[in-house]
Ligand binder design. Structure first.
Ligand code: GLN
Length: 458
């Protein structure tokens, strides 16, 4: 049924770059054979999911939504996808994303925009037909789950790419503590920030799927060597005795009235669940966005040096070109504009003359931002903020001004820089009938606290 739904809806949504119906059917068939043999079923037995096209999947094209990797078929499986298959899940296909996960609207993909299944409603009840961004970079994942053509999907989050698209489409998504999910076999963007996580209809599905995705992996040197907790079994929306922090600094200039209201709603719901609400300060919040947009491009410029036309995908070899000219021609043709912008910024901030002024300084500020959170967590258990400053915007609305686009990440990047678990849960609709998300940030390793607060809001 899911394969049929994908075939029917994908032409309008453009959520999947490739579909793999046989993979999903094989997982379903295994359920039947395991049942017949009296074997115990995995937690995701037969569940058809979409895989963000940033995860290497053996024998299935893996592109990072970039022309430079078009046609690349890995000979290996990422650790996270392998674990999902071991838990019984099957793959419906590879999901579209912003190119190399750089973007907030899925508009930087080399495979075209993803369309959100949502539409804005006017005050008179008329439906505005302008297509909306599904958020990014995990826009194929959010669109497919919101349209109910995938039971759940994987996402990756470097500065908000699980949480912001979840918020834009009315679904749930959690970025676990940095190191919970192995990065092995995930196309690298900014290695000190990248984390995989689930995107699903609700908090419980996220808990179940994260249990399957997480766990120590000797192939990733930053992988956490800790047991995976039983998040699903320990879900509880009873928040008595829990303290929830509200950071004043997130009330930014020009704060959107609908977003402010949903934040107040969230506070009321958490109180109803028994939590105590505490005002907190995160004084370095306003430096988070500039810090992120130095560190992430710096790491990207280094990670993307490997796409040189020799080892993967595309090679442009103009007549008579030498090696340098082949590199230049391949990278010029293969990378999109946003990816080139990030490589330029990253190379600049890492250059000998500017390294201390930008990169070293950004690393220091990153430490201050982490300390803000650690101080706050002396007082509170979980922090509540909006996920994004607005609901979904129209396709094309922000593409001409990259800074406008970067501003969309203002609430999600601080937790990324500090490596903290953070989740977006649906929290009602704005006056245009579009979903708004609320954002829960937890102590390191306290995904349970985040999930439980999310459950109380959902
Ligand atoms: N929107 C942010 C960026 O463009 C975050 C992307 C992500 O988390 N992968 O870098």
């Amino acid at each position: 049924a899911f394969n049929a739904a994908v075939a029917e809806a994908n032409p309008a949504l453009n959520a999947f770059i490739v579909t793999t119906p046989d993979h999903a059917l094989a997982a379903a068939a295994k359920v039947d054979s395991a049942r017949a043999a009296g074997e115990e079923l995995g937690k995701l037995a037969g569940v058809p999911i979409g895989m963000k096209d940033l995860f290497a999947t053996e024998g299935v094209q893996t592109t990072a939504a970039s022309h430079i990797l078009e046609g690349f078929e890995p000979q290996y499986e990422s650790t996270v996808s392998r674990k999902l298959w071991e838990a019984g899940a099957g793959m419906l296909g590879k999901l579209n994303l912003d190119q190399f996960a750089m973007g907030s609207s899925n508009e930087t993909s080399a495979f075209g925009n993803v369309i959100s299944p949502w539409r804005r409603t006017g005050a008179d009840g008329s439906v505005d037909t302008a297509p909306l961004a599904p958020g990014g970079s995990s826009g194929g994942s959010s669109s497919a789950v919101a349209a109910r053509i995938a039971a759940a999907a994987t996402g990756t989050d470097t500065g908000g790419s699980i949480r912001q698209p979840a918020a834009f489409t009315g679904i749930s998504g959690i970025k676990p503590t940095y190191g919970r999910c192995s990065r092995w076999g995930i196309v690298a963007f900014a290695s000190s920030l990248d984390q995989a996580g689930p995107m699903a209809r609700d908090v419980r599905d996220c808990a179940i799927m994260l249990e399957a995705m997480a766990g120590f992996d000797p192939k990733d040197s930053t992988s956490l060597d800790m047991p995976v907790p039983e998040w699903d079994a320990n879900l509880s929306d009873d928040l008595r005795g829990r303290k929830i922090g509200i950071p004043r600094e997130y009330r930014i200039d020009g704060f959107n009235a609908d977003v402010a209201k949903s934040w107040d709603d969230g506070i009321a719901w958490l109180k109803d669940a028994g939590a105590e609400i505490v005002d907190i300060n995160l004084p370095h919040t306003r430096y988070a966005l500039p810090t992120y947009y130095i560190i992430a491009p710096a790491e990207a410029s280094s990670n993307l040096a490997r796409y040189d036309g020799v080892r993967y995908g595309l090679r442009e070899l103009p007549e008579g070109a030498n090696l340098q000219e082949m590199y230049a021609a391949t990278r010029a043709a293969g990378f999109g504009a946003e990816v080139k912008r990030r490589i330029l910024i990253g190379t600049y901030v890492l250059s000998a003359g500017f390294y201390d002024a930008y990169y070293t300084q950004a690393q220091k500020v990153r430490t201050l931002i982490s300390r803000d959170f650690m101080n706050a967590f002396d007082e509170v258990d979980v922090i509540l903020t909006p996920t994004a400053p607005t609901s979904a915007f129209a396709l094309g609305e922000k593409t001409s001004d990259p800074l406008e686009m970067y501003l969309n990440d203002v609430f999600s990047v601080p937790a990324s820089l500090a490596g903290l678990p953070a989740m977006s849960v649906p929290a009602g609709l704005d006056r245009g009938g579009l979903p708004l998300g609320l954002h829960l940030i937890g102590r390191p390793f306290d995904e349970q606290g985040v999930l439980n607060a999310g459950l109380a809001i959902e």
